[in-house]
Design a protein around this ligand. Structure first.
Ligand code: BG6
Length: 489
């Protein structure tokens, strides 16, 4: 149960490390997944003593209960720091020496996990130096965990991947997509492949369309520098949305192992129709938020170019050219400063071919509604299935009712955070919830068409008000097909 590992963290003083990684490692330590045989060597360009670094880690978990303080004190003793300039080969020699010592001290049996939590332009350099300066071991495993963004388009992603591949093989690379660590995203597989009544209907004979919404209430906050250079298409759609869609669209894997799941996700993304520029213009929608009551327009946010054409909203219609999904659109959308913060998936089923209740003699003024399976990802976790039932009382009318399961608060609170799950999986060497290179490559090829188009065409921004569900064109995308978003204001 205990994972023996020596973790080298590049970007150890960064925001992500302090907000997510140290608290998650502490949880793993408390649960016994990490124990006496683990150490973390943090690096950054700053000069920090081991003691100060341990205090930084202590601070990042300071929200703990009084009874956990003892554990926290022994936990932070596993943390060490080395000031490091990733571009200087000689610095890796120092790093190598420290790693060897920590390995002896904590008996980590040669298992090394390198975590890059920093600007991606350095990933290639780090990987190359790890190899050249011989920081990889022959005894245990060598693994690499990296954070997005994984490139800016297909070409830059490929270049990055080629660089990493000189040091690490695909089965040693763990590309984090924190959406894959979410309880209800993982539940997609359980729901689909654990239930005949769902999987047997999970195709174009019974499903009319699928909708994925990742809605955010906040704006760019203090990340304008990064975001203005990225936009919603790169920040959310190329990664999180495409991963969610792949889980929804894939065929049943031969077994629930990482290699079998990967094969199916890759196949699904391969069959996603890559649009021509003209098709992309018709099937993608972009938006940027305007000023609202007491809130700035995106272009007036601190750190944003006042003429910025960066999109803070994107919606798209995706089509899979395969036997299961031919003719079934997947509508997706995500944006900042929208009505609320939530993630949900709505699977809209076809209506019965004949509505016998619509017969005028039945005196029914209502027609049957579509069955809808909704997966609530966040903030609530659960799912509901909308079915038509008879309205209670005299006469005969039908009315939609929801069969609903929602996780209770305590279950939700006890559920591990995405980073805790994913770090644990990486320590265990389980790739199921990490994105493979091929998935990333297909996702880029799909979004690149829209990106290139948008880079040359002047948008009419701003085009949506804060607190809405995005620009009108997002509703029109579905209205054109005679459909509408299930979640609307
Ligand atoms: C990140 C994006 O990957 O996901 C952010 O960079 C976004 O812009 C965040 O806010 C949303 O994640 P979550 O888990 O809060 O939905």
């Amino acid at each position: 149960m205990e994972n023996k590992a020596l973790i080298t963290l590049f970007g150890a003083a960064g925001d992500l490390a302090q907000r997510k990684l140290y608290p998650s490692l502490f949880k793993l330590y408390q649960k016994g997944y990490l124990g006496e045989h683990f150490a973390l060597l943090g690096t950054s360009r700053r000069q920090i003593s081991d003691e100060d670094f341990q205090q930084m880690v202590a601070k990042s978990i300071s929200g703990i209960k009084e009874t956990e303080k003892g554990q926290a004190a022994s936990f932070i003793k596993h943390f060490f720091f080395q000031s490091h300039d990733v571009t200087k080969p000689e610095h890796y020699v120092v790093l190598k020496d420290r790693l060897a010592k920590l390995e002896d001290q904590f008996h980590t049996t040669g298992n090394r996990l390198f975590y890059m939590s920093m600007a991606p332009q350095f990933f290639g350099t780090i990987a190359l130096n790890l190899k050249k300066q011989q920081l990889l071991t022959d005894d245990g495993y060598n693994r690499l965990v990296i954070e997005k963004p994984f490139g800016r388009d297909f070409d830059s992603a490929k270049k990055l991947n080629d660089e990493l591949s000189q040091t690490f093989q695909e089965n040693q690379i763990f590309r984090i997509d924190h959406y894959l660590g979410k309880e209800m995203i993982q539940n997609i597989e359980a729901l689909r492949f654990g239930n005949t009544i769902i999987e047997s209907l999970w195709n174009n004979r019974y499903i009319d369309n699928v909708q994925v919404t990742l809605s955010e209430k906040l704006g760019v906050e203090e990340r304008a520098g990064y975001y203005d250079n990225s936009g919603a298409l790169r920040d959310m759609m190329q990664n999180h949305i495409m991963q969610v869609v792949a889980q929804l669209a894939m065929e049943q894997p031969v077994s629930f192992t990482d290699s079998d799941v990967r094969v199916e996700k890759i196949k699904a993304l391969r069959s996603l129709r890559v649009y021509t520029p003209a098709e992309a213009a018709a099937n993608f929608v972009r938006g940027q938020y305007d000023a609202g009551q007491n809130t700035n327009a995106y272009r007036d946010e601190d750190g944003v170019d006042p003429h910025s054409n960066t999109e803070t909203f994107v919606a798209a219609k995706l089509l899979f050219d395969n036997y299961r999904w031919s003719g079934v659109p997947f509508y997706v959308r995500t944006g900042k400063k929208m009505a609320d913060k939530f993630t949900r998936i709505d699977v809209v089923f076809k209506k019965p071919l004949i509505d016998i209740f619509a017969n005028p003699r039945m005196q029914s003024d209502q027609s049957l509604k579509s069955n809808i399976l909704t997966i609530y990802v966040e903030p609530e976790a659960g799912f509901s299935l909308r079915v038509n039932a008879k309205s209670a009382g005299q006469g005969f009318k039908t009315t939609p009712v929801d069969l609903k399961f929602m996780q209770d608060t305590s279950t939700k609170e006890e559920a591990p955070e995405p980073y805790e799950r994913l770090l644990h999986d990486a320590l265990e060497g389980n790739h199921t919830n990490f994105a493979s290179w091929s998935e990333i490559a297909y996702a880029w090829k799909f979004v690149d068409v829209a990106r290139k188009l948008w880079d040359i065409e002047e948008p009419q921004f701003p085009n949506y008000v804060p607190g809405s569900m995005g620009p009108a064109a997002s509703d029109e995308l579905l209205a054109r097909d005679g459909r509408q978003w299930v979640y609307r204001l």
